[in-house]
Design a protein around this ligand. Structure first.
Ligand SMILES: Cc1cc2nc3c(=O)[nH]c(=O)nc-3n(C[C@H](O)[C@H](O)[C@H](O)COP(=O)(O)OP(=O)(O)OC[C@H]3O[C@@H](n4cnc5c(N)ncnc54)[C@H](O)[C@@H]3O)c2cc1C
Length: 300
């Protein structure tokens, strides 16, 4: 199976944890309306003055302040870049993006052993950051979760929660910066309710504005909406077998999965059943898809 060539970034500066870039917060707002229990924010950081070049699908790192128990700096946490290569503000005269956008969920959970509330270090640092505050940024990183160089390759994007971030970047680049995609572009998105459908709700409709594009189709699955049956991304994928299996069985696709751990399993189960109907070995097929750059997964 031939390799799917991916787009690569023009070489720029890559910041290491030992010497991070100080990026200023220039926008921070909630993407989930007040009625949602999830605090998920759209955070734009200025990278003006850096020589960073990034591509859609890459991530940056954030180093929270303070030291670990062993006296070492905090470990880097990765966040997918939600802006396309020109950033939210465009590029400077040298062609470097002036900003990088993140879509961050505030992690808060109850420790099952102590019963105490635990706040994730970097996500709370990011979500609490005020305008003008400087954050320690590393990267950009990522060499696989990138768009194909050939725009006739059909794209299948599958996300849950903040996993939408790299797809916002893909879709913005394709329809806003590039002016279209020759292959089809399908987005499957899972959220709890309409309140958590990021970039496709009343708070922000960045992705919704491309619904009218001829090559674009979006399928939303809501797992906890009170007014309709529970659906998950794999249910929406199963319902699109006629559209998807001809692409997958012939290797004419590039598929991406991003977000919650576990979504790959659900997707794989559906496709494994399709393969079985034709007497094909799904595990072997998937391995070939991974090796050739067709099956790209970034879950956390
Ligand atoms: C490639 C990549 C891209 C990513 N992109 C994004 C992104 O776009 N947006 C985003 O919000 N995050 C993203 N993440 C996740 C992010 O890197 C952090 O892991 C996340 O924000 C938590 O970091 P923290 O410092 O807040 O929490 P930490 O202080 O690191 O605490 C998290 C720890 O708490 C545990 N934990 C979390 N929830 C619970 C729970 N309910 N019950 C019990 N234990 C729990 C986890 O197992 C983990 O050990 C990405 C991760 C990767 C690897």
């Amino acid at each position: 199976m031939e390799i799917i060539e991916k787009l690569v970034a023009t070489p720029g500066e890559v910041y290491k944890p030992s010497s991070p870039f100080l990026a200023e917060v220039i926008e921070t707002r909630r993407l989930t309306p007040a009625g949602s229990a999830d605090d998920i924010r759209h955070i734009v950081l200025s990278i003006k003055g850096s020589k960073i070049q990034y591509m859609e699908g890459q991530s940056v790192g954030i180093v929270a302040p303070g030291l670990r128990e062993d006296g070492k700096p905090q470990k880097v946490r990765l966040y997918s870049i939600a802006s396309a290569r020109c950033g939210e503000l465009g590029c400077d005269l040298g062609g470097h993006p002036e900003s990088v956008t993140l879509c961050v969920k505030r992690v808060i959970y109850t420790d099952p052993e102590t019963g105490k509330e635990v706040r994730g270090l970097a996500s709370n640092h990011l979500c609490d950051a005020k305008l003008g505050q400087k954050l320690q940024l590393t990267g950009p990183t990522g060499r696989k979760f990138l768009l194909p160089a050939d725009d006739s390759v059909p794209l299948i994007m599958i996300a849950a929660g903040t996993g939408i971030a790299p797809f916002r970047a893909f879709i913005k680049h394709i329809y806003h910066e590039k002016g279209g995609w020759n292959g089809s572009v399908k987005l499957f998105y899972g959220a709890k309710t309409g309140l958590e459908t990021l970039y496709m709700n009343d708070e922000s409709n960045d992705i919704g504005q491309y619904y009218t594009e001829e090559t674009f189709a979006a399928f939303k699955a809501l797992s906890r909406a009170s007014n309709q049956p529970k659906t998950y991304v794999q249910d929406k994928i199963a319902a699109q077998k006629d559209q998807l299996w001809p692409l997958i069985s012939t290797g004419r696709f590039c598929l991406y999965i991003c977000g919650l751990k576990g979504i790959e399993e659900g997707v794989s189960k559906v496709m494994s059943a399709w393969a079985k109907e034709e007497g094909k070995d799904w595990e072997q097929l998937k391995e070939e898809f991974e090796k050739s750059g067709r099956w790209n997964v970034e879950v956390y």
